[in-house]
Design a protein around this ligand. Sequence first.
Ligand SMILES: NC(=O)c1ccc[n+]([C@@H]2O[C@H](COP(=O)([O-])OP(=O)(O)OC[C@H]3O[C@@H](n4cnc5c(N)ncnc54)[C@H](OP(=O)(O)O)[C@@H]3O)[C@@H](O)[C@H]2O)c1
Length: 256
Amino acid sequence: MDTTRLFSLEGRSALITGGSRGIGRMIAEGFLAQGARVYISARKAAACDQTAKELSAFGHCVSLRADVSTLEGAQALVDAYSKHEDTLDILVNNAGAAWGAPYEEFPESGWDKVVDLNLKTPFFLTQALTPMLKKAATDHLAKVINIASIDGISVNPQETYSYAASKAGLIQLTRRMALRLAQDRIVVSAIAPGAFASDMNKVARDHGDEIKGHIPAGRIGEPEDMAGAAIYLASRAGDYVMGSTLIVDGGVTHAR
Ligand SMILES: NC(=O)c1ccc[n+]([C@@H]2O[C@H](COP(=O)([O-])OP(=O)(O)OC[C@H]3O[C@@H](n4cnc5c(N)ncnc54)[C@H](OP(=O)(O)O)[C@@H]3O)[C@@H](O)[C@H]2O)c1
């Protein structure tokens, strides 16, 4: 057994939606450090280009502007990616949105926006990329990693109804798709992050010291925590993890 290569992503291509900042960027940097060619996408081209430029210090990183909230947008991303690569080794469905509002006022727009991007997009983007994932799965397995949330496992007191439902749905979708795609040598799994500093999780970003008392680990998640989990699932090391959701939350779920 050669464990020195177990976590290597040398020669692999990876596409990370929402890779311009936050959790997607943490994963992108980790994949680059393990030798992957990384493609990041986001709606705001300038921010995505800037991140790709910064991450290019660690390896081959390309920015692909795309709005993946619609099927047309997801297909446009597939078309843009296809101009660079013939196959895809690793897809990370990370782009996500949240919406909070009191129960009585919760709007339909806050339902559709969140459920479309967090739940519908991972299904249809993966479906559109399946031929390229299959093509990559020759001597090694191709991977799909869905970024869920601990809010899809235990209940967050915030009134984020569509977010909680979308993430719980994504965790079950991960199981269902894993069973189907195993026959194509594509392994599907998910990560359920706890608190990581980002534009979406401003509390973790701006008040980490105040919330750390509620986290058994005594701190919010760091980029290495997220990169480590994603590298594990993406590499040979995670080949036998199929349909599972890896909780990366410093123990919060067990304490809620
Ligand atoms: N941070 C946390 O504590 C935490 C905890 C649990 C789960 N998560 C999950 O982790 C994922 C990333 O969250 P984050 O905290 O890193 O959020 P973030 O900082 O808001 O980043 C979201 C990323 O997705 C992109 N994006 C948003 N809408 C998009 C769309 N329609 N099409 C393409 N790209 C889009 C954003 O770029 P543009 O705005 O330019 O499009 C950005 O790159 C989400 O699925 C989130 O639910 C986060």
